[in-house]
Design a protein around this ligand. Structure first.
Ligand SMILES: Nc1ncnc2c1ncn2[C@@H]1O[C@H](COP(=O)(O)OP(=O)(O)O)[C@@H](O)[C@H]1O
Ligand SMILES: CC(=O)OP(=O)(O)O
Ligand SMILES: [Mg+2]
Length: 404
């Protein structure tokens, strides 16, 4: 266990999803405001058969336990036991704060904030805008607020990084009165894009100053156009449904389909929401799975069609975002699929010769950090770390408060 000074403490970062909670514990408050990752883990299968697992930074398992016995409705008992486990593991390191990924910050939250009762109510009001994510984000904060009232909590928003986008990228072709009521493009995965922009700034400053498209391809997928490290456009919009087809989400579809489904097939809002968030994308097209690994291993034509559709749309968006940037200087792949799937990266890049992109297929197969062929525009694989970005924000908010 790392040594600690009297100012040291632990920061718990939570990324709460519909059936899983990912967490990372950092040591903060040391010399120079270092942020040191101690361990990461997840609670999976929440609501059915919760399982708790933790690994240290070398990937060595610290725990793997069934917590089905305390999976008795709601996340409260699971979060209590998670905090008890952390305290037992770090008896000399007080828990100083919790940082949360909150998917939707709406029109009001452009920066990370310390959570108060009023903030919590405002986050709750945004649930309809992100029904797949926001309820879990808010309930994790609420449980900690109710049980550990004096624990500072910091909310960090997926939408905030996109606040720099120009109005033309954020506006739909809707009547002005609706745009003014908040029906606009917010964009998501901002903590991931912010991490990538910072990483590029630190490791490849010349690239970071240029025009970069980042493809965050995970269970939820989106792409972002970065100019000089700032977001100028992104593929997700008002909700996390817009853009490319995803694991179970449709991506962009003709709005006329919704009218058809309502009128001709009698679907109401709940049925549409379930269809669009849970039954579409890779799962819907393949009829097999939402998991890219399963589809790539399958020899069924439906699996191939789903993978092809995904790659086609990602490539098309790279072209569209290159137009928004008036050119392209580099392409970055990140997140579960982007970091780990050589065949998907290869298939996407097979469309992009016209942009000057050719992959070094051997480097791509090996998953190297730089995978472009000689003479090509640079193409990078960068591991994202939303939790680290949240930790940085949480420390800034805590320090600003202490200085005030
Ligand atoms: N080696 C791999 N090849 C292809 N896909 C992978 C691989 N490893 C992970 N994935 C995909 O990454 C997805 C999860 O990505 P991740 O960014 O962790 O998602 P999220 O944070 O949205 O839950 C899974 O759907 C899985 O299909
Ligand atoms: C916003 C979003 O799609 O998040 P995730 O990738 O975690 O589902
Ligand atoms: Mg994710």
């Amino acid at each position: 266990m790392p040594s600690n000074s009297s100012r040291d403490g632990a920061l718990l970062v939570l990324n709460s999803g519909s059936s899983s909670i990912k967490f990372t514990v950092f040591r903060i408050g040391g010399e120079g405001d270092d942020i040191v990752t101690l361990f990461s883990g997840q609670l999976t299968g929440i609501g059915t058969n919760a399982e708790f697992s933790v690994k240290d930074t070398a990937g060595v398992s610290l725990a793997r336990e069934s917590w089905a016995d305390r999976d008795t409705g709601g996340v409260a008992p699971l979060l209590h036991d998670l905090i008890a486990w952390i305290r037992a593991r770090l008896p000399d390191l007080p828990l100083l704060a919790a940082g949360h990924r909150v998917v939707h910050g709406g029109a009001g939250f452009h920066h990370p904030v310390r959570v108060t009762d009023r903030v919590l109510d405002e986050l709750e009001a945004l649930v309809p805008l992100a029904p797949l994510h926001q309820p879990q984000n808010v309930s994790a904060i609420r449980v900690l607020a109710e049980s550990f009232g004096d624990l500072p909590q910091i909310a960090c928003f997926d939408t905030a990084f996109h606040h720099s986008e120009p109005a033309v990228a954020r506006t739909y072709g809707l009547p002005r009165v609706l745009s003014e009521r908040g029906l606009m493009r917010y964009g998501f995965h901002g903590l991931s894009y912010e991490f990538i922009a910072r990483h590029l700034g630190e490791t490849l400053p010349e690239v970071a100053k240029g025009r970069v498209v980042v493809a965050h391809l995970g269970n939820g997928s989106s792409l972002c156009a970065l100019k000089d490290g700032r977001s100028i456009d992104t593929t997700m919009g008002f909700s996390a449904l817009e853009g490319v087809p995803m694991g179970t989400r449709s991506g962009s579809i003709d709005a006329g389909i919704l009218l058809y489904l309502m009128r001709q097939m009698g679907m109401d809002a709940d049925a549409l929401e379930h269809l669009l968030y849970h039954e579409c994308g890779l799962l819907g097209v393949s009829g097999i799975s939402n998991d890219m690994r399963v589809l790539l291993e399958s020899d069924r034509p439906e699996a191939r069609e789903a993978v092809d559709l995904f790659c086609y749309h990602v490539a098309k968006e790279i072209g569209a975002l290159s137009s928004a940037l008036a050119g392209l200087d580099a392409l970055v792949f990140t997140a579960g699929i982007g970091e780990h799937s050589a065949p998907v990266r290869s298939r996407i890049c097979s469309y992009l010769g016209f942009l000057g992109i050719t992959l070094d297929e051997a480097a791509n197969d090996r998953g190297e950090a730089s995978i472009a062929a000689p003479g090509s525009l640079p193409v990078y694989i960068i591991g994202t770390n939303e939790e680290f970005m949240i930790a940085r924000h949480a420390v800034s908010v805590l320090n600003a408060r202490n200085a005030a």
